[in-house]
Design a protein. Structure first.
Length: 141
């Protein structure tokens, strides 16, 4: 939860490091943390990285900073900008960016994640240190 505030958790959900994701205990029974391949399928279905972010973002500026560029939420996802927690305990980017883990490692100390910004229509694929705190979006088995 952003800045360790309960109100933020109610809106944006929790922020988890990759080690918590890797326990497979975050998602309820019958659901799981998505792999990088499952994110790729979703992004491709939505037309590719250059436009998929807008199709996933919640519309309006109740939670997203203005401008919430090309936010359509055509999928019912709806992506919220929960920000991140750095390995040093610093919280950043609430209301401007959302970051979601995959269960897929990039290297020993990193894993893939997806990022959506209020300034862009795209969704970015990145590799980040496993100690970062990002959101998790569970998908049904």
């Amino acid at each position: 939860m952003y800045d360790n505030q309960v109100d933020n958790k109610e809106i944006y959900g929790g922020l988890y490091n990759w080690y918590a994701v890797n326990t497979n205990k975050i998602c309820p029974s019958g659901w799981h943390e998505p792999s990088d391949g499952e994110w790729i399928v979703l992004v491709n279905y939505l037309g590719g990285e250059s436009i998929a972010g807008g199709k996933l973002k919640e519309t309006g500026t109740s939670h997203w900073k203005s401008p919430n560029t090309s936010a359509f939420n055509t999928t019912g996802f709806p992506a919220l900008p929960g920000g991140l927690r750095s390995p040093y305990g610093i919280f950043n980017y609430i209301n401007s960016s959302g970051f979601w883990w995959t269960e897929t490692e990039t290297f020993t100390t990193g894993s893939y994640n997806r990022e959506i910004s209020h300034l862009k229509n795209m969704i970015l694929k990145k590799g980040n240190a496993k100690e970062n705190g990002f959101s998790v979006r569970c998908i049904q088995d």
